[in-house]
Every structure is written in structure tokens, then in C-alpha cells.
Design a protein around this ligand. Structure first.
Ligand code: GRF
Length: 209
């Protein structure tokens, strides 16, 4: 049975959607732990309610990113992670961390990458006047919000949208694609070829909602 370790910084709704989908669909998977970079991360409460080890690695207690990431690696390895899921983890990871988990480290970003990497994606999408926005699950490589794309979901931008209404529509899409992408990984269906992810057997990797 494969083990997942999830890293969060806040609410943890994506983590929750993955756990609930796994329960509903009875995935043979172990949620070995959730790690947050501060104690106030709300998602830790959900983890505890499910009996999933909730671990805090306080980034403020580390003088450098390297030392924080070394502490994270130690925890994640001790939990025996086959897959590391970043779900709203708001720290930039060092190249050493990314290399350590290469090919088994995935992230969700609230935009249709390569459009709008970085922060404030909903505001920027509205400002740019795009007709479609969405979310992307991708393998993590050394560039921020780069890396081979596993799955995307697009949602329409509607007249009258503000960052909040658009963000809520995107978040609902995130909750659909992140469990799906994790399951594809667990089922051994993903292969990285250059900067692309091949899914076998093939299935739509872009979902229009
Ligand atoms: C999501 O929008 C995710 O795409 C971004 O941070 C947010 C995390 O939300 N990386 P949650 O903590 O999963 O509710």
C-alpha cells in the first residue's frame, strides 16, 4: 500500500477532498501524515479528526530555508512517503528538497498554468480579462509553479465575477482534479516524458467545468 504525506499551510480543503474521495472510493492508500509549517493551519484539525498524524515543522524556528527543508525531509522520510502532496503549502522549497522528492512531489496551483504562476491568480485573471480560468495539478520541478502538468480544470469567468466568486469556482474545480491526479499517480498511470506527463491508458487531462 502506498503512503501519502501532505504539506499544508492553511485551510486544507484540498487535502480534505483527497482524503474524502479516498474513503469514498476505498483507495488502498495510507495517509501517513500531514505536515504544516505553523500550528494555526486549520487543516491540522481535519487530519486529527481522521486519526492522521498532524505534524508541525515551524518554519520560524529555522534560520534558513535549507535548515527548514532538511527538517521537512527528515519528517517526510520518517513517515515513509511514496508521494508528497503540496496542498496550499505556502513556502518556497529549496532545489535540494525538490531533487530529493523528484517524480513523487506534486502541487496544485489555482490557475491554468503556464498562465498566472505565483500569487493572486484570480485578481490577475480578472485584470487580464480572460474568458477561462482554472487550476492545475503538476509535478514540482525547480521553477516556481512549473513542472510537467498532470491535470487541469477550466472554469468560465462570468460577468460580474470578483476574485472571491471566481476563486470559489476554481476551488470547487481543484477539489475535483486533485483527488483524480493523486489516484492516477497511485495507480501508476503517470509517466514523465520531458516536460509532459503521459497518462496511460489515456484519458482527458483537461476537464472543462
Ligand atoms: C488552493 O487554492 C491551492 O490551489 C493553492 O492554495 C489554496 C489552498 O487551499 N495552492 P486549501 O488549503 O487546500 O483549502
Amino acid at each position: 500500500m502506498l503512503s501519502i504525506v501532505t504539506l499544508i499551510s492553511g485551510r486544507g480543503s484540498n487535502f480534505e477532498s483527497i482524503v474524502k474521495t479516498a474513503q469514498k472510493e476505498q483507495w488502498p492508500v495510507k495517509f501517513a501524515g500531514v505536515i504544516a509549517n505553523h500550528a494555526a493551519a486549520k487543516g491540522l484539525d481535519f487530519a486529527r479528526s481522521q486519526g492522521i498524524p498532524a505534524i508541525i515543522v515551524e518554519h520560524r524556528e529555522h534560520a534558513t530555508r535549507e535548515s527548514f527543508d532538511a527538517a521537512l525531509i527528515e519528517q517526510i522520510d520518517a513517515l515513509g512517503a511514496d508521494l508528497v502532496v503540496l496542498a496550499g503549502f505556502m513556502r518556497i522549497l529549496t532545489p535540494g528538497f525538490i531533487r530529493h522528492f523528484q517524480g513523487r512531489l506534486i502541487n496544485i496551483h489555482p490557475a491554468l498554468l503556464p498562465a498566472f504562476p505565483g500569487l493572486h491568480t484570480h485578481e490577475r485573471a480578472l485584470e487580464a480579462g480572460v474568458a477561462e480560468h482554472g487550476a492545475t495539478v503538476h509535478f514540482v520541478t525547480e521553477g516556481v509553479d512549473e513542472g510537467p502538468i498532470i491535470c487541469q480544470a477550466s472554469v468560465p469567468v462570468l460577468a460580474g465575477d470578483d476574485a472571491e466568486t471566481l476563486g470559489a469556482r476554481v476551488l470547487a474545480a481543484e477539489h475535483q482534479i486533485y483527488p483524480r491526479a493523486v489516484k492516477w499517480y497511485l495507480d501508476g498511470r503517470l509517466q514523465i516524458e520531458g516536460n509532459q506527463v503521459k497518462l496511460s491508458p489515456p484519458e482527458a487531462q483537461l476537464i472543462k467545468l
